[in-house]
Ligand binder design. Structure first.
Ligand code: AMP
Length: 418
């Protein structure tokens, strides 16, 4: 057989059962915390018209320009696997008229995204995000509510993180800032990498995002958007900071933090974690009041974030991971043919009562079955032999403290209810 069929494609991976408990734990915690804040789950398709992403994310971004998995089906229409979900959520919001009068519509999603990324630790080509979008309000307290929800979720998982924020202005003030930035960049082309030279003309804001070492001294010297905000944007940013302070949320202002697209306005934020190493971004988010209009809808202010689930699971503290593990309550050791049939019956009864019960189908010795029970971490073992069957009561052995008791099947059910 072709060896390549026996390994997954680069940038993808199998999430194996032993890791899955941490994924479930994180997803359950998100669902619980998000529900308290009134967020409801939405599932959008894994692929959409390429045009939705080209407009919703921007043709100039690396994500759309270089990283999308694009194909056409029998109809010849260009489609792409979703590289992110905000564009789809806003599309769905508009398509299904989900606005709630003056109220906020709060949506969250969990699922895989696809980007043809360069190979790097912490970067996958299929990765998972949990994201949330609050649609329908420009109020600066929305930022605080969403960020508070995120931080409360992360702290419930014992994850250490830092909140970085900035304001990126809006259609009023950003164009002038971009002109100033471009002029400055044009005069410093010699000290910039090829990408930044190109971005000087196509999207100068993205230069601020560049991670290339040799560009850093120049970038640190560039004019900052904070000094070019119009009074409305400056006021909004002041209020965001005030609400954060009121909620006792610590933040750091990072003047270089940007979202390089026109319809991202005002607040941009990131949550980083020192435990992640070089790829330290755990969450990226911001306000996108212009996105719905870009997609052809009416104006719908929005604020949201996307969090990397793969990265979050990677840094989940050991003691939290342990909470997600659920070893069997009961292992059935059976000795002989008749005992095996009895064990199948006991398994059916206990499982029917919500008890996690395991047994082996091979007929090993008692010793080897106890070894197996130990290996899978079973808490108790019920020993079923011919004598026990004749008595109608069985030896229940605790694997935690080696104590033994005699129980009938009815007593067994109650034992686990306790
Ligand atoms: P973005 O949608 O690019 O703002 O990313 C939001 C978050 O998703 C990041 O902070 C990462 O945690 C995660 N993320 C983005 N791209 C990848 C990737 N290729 N592999 C793993 N996680 C990713």
């Amino acid at each position: 057989m072709d060896d390549t069929l026996l390994s997954n494609l680069p940038g993808t991976r199998d999430i194996l059962p032993e890791e899955m408990s941490s994924w479930h734990l994180v997803e359950d915690a998100a669902r619980k915390v998000f529900a308290c804040y009134g967020f409801e789950e939405i599932r959008t398709p894994l692929f959409e018209a390429t045009e939705l992403y080209a407009r919703g994310i921007g043709g100039e971004t690396d994500v759309v320009g270089k990283e999308m998995y694009t194909f056409s089906d029998q109809s010849g229409k260009s489609m792409s696997l979703r590289p992110e979900a905000t564009a789809s959520v806003v599309r769905a919001y508009l398509q299904h008229s989900m606005h709630r009068g003056a109220g906020l519509t709060k949506l969250y999603y969990i699922g895989p995204m696809f980007r043809h990324e360069k190979k790097q630790k912490g970067r996958w080509r299929q990765f998972y995000q949990i994201g949330a979008e609050a649609l329908g309000s420009e109020h600066p307290a929305v930022e605080t509510e969403v960020i508070e929800m995120l931080l409360s979720f992360l702290s419930s998982l014992g994850v250490q993180s830092r909140l970085l924020i900035n304001s990126v202005g809006d259609a009023n003030c950003r164009p002038q800032y971009i002109d100033t930035l471009r002029a400055e960049l044009r005069s410093r082309q010699g000290s910039l990498c090829d990408d930044c030279r190109r971005r000087t003309e196509t999207n100068p804001l993205r230069v601020l995002d560049c991670k290339v070492e040799t560009c850093q001294p120049t970038i640190n010297d560039l004019p900052m958007i904070a000094d070019h905000l119009c009074s409305e944007c400056a006021h909004h940013f002041e209020l965001v900071k005030q609400y954060l302070q009121e909620a006792a949320i610590a933040y750091e202002i990072v003047p270089r933090l940007v979202r390089g697209l026109d319809y991202y306005v005002r607040t941009a934020f990131e949550i980083v974690s020192g435990d992640l190493g070089a790829q330290n971004a755990l969450v990226g988010g911001g306000r996108y009041d212009g996105l719905a209009e870009v997609l052809g809808g009416s104006r719908v202010p929005g604020f949201g974030f996307a969090m990397g689930l793969d990265r979050l699971v990677m840094i989940l503290p050991q003691e939290i991971q342990a909470r997600g593990k659920h070893p069997p309550d009961l292992f059935l050791a059976h000795l002989g043919e008749a005992a095996f049939h009895r064990a199948l019956e006991v398994a059916r009864i206990t499982r029917g009562n919500g008890i996690f019960c395991q047994l082996e189908f091979s007929d090993g010795s008692l010793k080897s079955q106890l070894r197996q029970a130990n290996r899978i971490g079973a808490r108790t073992v019920l020993i079923i032999g011919e004598e026990e069957m004749a008595r109608g009561s069985y030896t229940l052995k605790s694997m935690e403290n080696s104590t033994q008791t005699e129980v009938t099947i009815d007593q067994l059910k109650n034992h686990f209810k306790k």
